[in-house]
Design a protein around this ligand. Structure first.
Ligand SMILES: Cc1cc2nc3c(=O)[nH]c(=O)nc-3n(C[C@H](O)[C@H](O)[C@H](O)COP(=O)(O)O)c2cc1C
Length: 198
């Protein structure tokens, strides 16, 4: 049976995040990000989800990376959180867009200086001949930016996944898990809730 929900699935996600922060030993904000290439081939990797609110889920990366070009080319992506300590999974699907330059600037400015330099040094997803080349770049950039703030590279910033479907899975005895799915009703922005067989 379908019905309209009062607590939004985003609120439900935030509540789960809070519980995960209390119990996970590290990276409670880590999620698998799935993207798809123009040939239809999917790929997945972990990212840290740094913001979640009614607008969606925000993560930061190199816009020129494999995921960056796939996110720019294809509108759709998915995130999957799994918290072992909670025995809960949240699956998120939706459309992706870059966050504003101002939002990326603010996040970048709050990162440790070493991470800021790392963002300049790493041509993420491109061929690297050896580790020494990366370390040399870090040394050169550290000298180049000495005594000055490190600016955000224009090819580094955030994406926001705006969900239209979320699924909350929690482990049940003998594989009789709970699965509750929320689908966005585009005509009025409400969420429809349904239970799925595990
Ligand atoms: C715990 C963890 C957190 C990570 N967080 C990020 C992140 O927030 N942003 C990012 O670009 N890569 C992050 N990575 C690295 C990615 O998983 C991936 O290796 C990298 O972004 C390159 O992916 P791509 O070649 O598909 O673009 C993280 C990896 C791990 C294991």
């Amino acid at each position: 049976m379908l019905h309209v929900v009062v607590v939004t699935p985003i609120e439900r996600t935030l509540e789960a995040f809070e519980r995960a922060k209390q119990s996970e030993p590290d990276y409670p904000d880590a999620a698998v990000l799935a993207t798809v290439g123009e040939d239809g081939r999917p790929s997945a990797r972990i990212v840290l989800v740094r913001g979640a609110d009614e607008r969606g889920f925000t993560f930061y990366t190199n816009y020129r990376s494999r995921k960056g070009s796939e996110l720019d080319d294809q509108r759709f992506a998915a995130l999957c959180f799994y918290w072992k300590t909670l025995r809960e999974q949240i699956r998120v699907e939706g459309t992706v867009s870059r966050v504003s330059a101002a939002e990326s600037d603010a996040y970048f400015a709050a990162r440790p200086r070493e991470s800021q330099i790392g963002a300049h040094a790493s041509s993420q997803s491109e061929h690297l001949a050896n580790r020494g080349e990366l370390e040399r770049r870090v040394e050169e950039l550290t000298a180049q930016f000495a005594g000055a703030p490190v600016p955000r590279p224009s090819h580094w910033g955030g994406y926001r996944l705006t969900p239209d479907r979320l699924e909350f899975w929690s482990e049940g005895a003998f594989r009789l898990h709970d699965r509750i799915v929320y689908d966005l009703e585009p005509s009025n922005g409400s969420w429809r809730e349904q239970r799925l067989f595990p």
